[in-house]
Design a protein around this ligand. Structure first.
Ligand code: HEC
Length: 129
């Protein structure tokens, strides 16, 4: 009796997970609009006011060639992962004092998760993974 119930629950969970992540990326893309004035993503992305953000997760702070970082950002000694990024994007100046990124921050955890899902799609070469 119990097995079919568990199977049904697993199926439902899988459905919810895939449904939610598709939506998250779309919401993340809307959130990305807050960054686009200063950052580019994708193939051929250039450094603007801020560095291009391809393959961000796994990158070290200050790693993008040809971008002139502040000493604060360059010397922050951070490897970008989800946890560090979440902390940073809530309040960039608090995480990296002296950063020249002028951005108030995103406080909403769901929005940060969506934005993270969106950013994670782009590999170092700017192609979607
Ligand atoms: C007004 C311009 C501006 C906006 C808007 C902005 N940034 Fe930035 N960002 C910068 C600048 C400038 C830097 C370089 C900071 C430094 O060198 O001190 C930077 C640096 C970063 C870094 C560190 C990159 C590295 O290689 O170490 C990340 C990550 C980042 N921004 C993410 C974002 C995200 C995500 C958003 C949108 C939610 C955003 N930024 C919005 C200007 C901006």
């Amino acid at each position: 009796m119990k097995l079919p119930i568990i199977a049904a629950m697993l199926a439902a969970a899988a459905f919810v997970t895939t449904g939610a992540s598709a939506q998250d990326v779309a919401a993340g893309e809307r959130s990305w609009n807050k960054c686009r004035a200063c950052h580019q993503l994708g193939e051929g992305a250039k450094n603007l006011v801020g560095p291009q953000l391809n393959g961000l997760f796994g990158r070290h702070t200050g790693e993008v060639e040809g971008y002139s970082y502040s000493t604060a950002n360059k010397g922050a000694g951070i490897t970008w992962d989800e946890a560090v990024f979440a902390e940073y994007i809530k309040d960039p100046k608090a995480k990296i004092p002296g950063t020249k990124m002028i951005f108030a921050g995103i406080k909403n955890e769901k929005e940060i998760a969506d934005l993270t899902a969106f950013l994670k799609q782009f590999g170092k070469d700017g192609k979607k993974m």
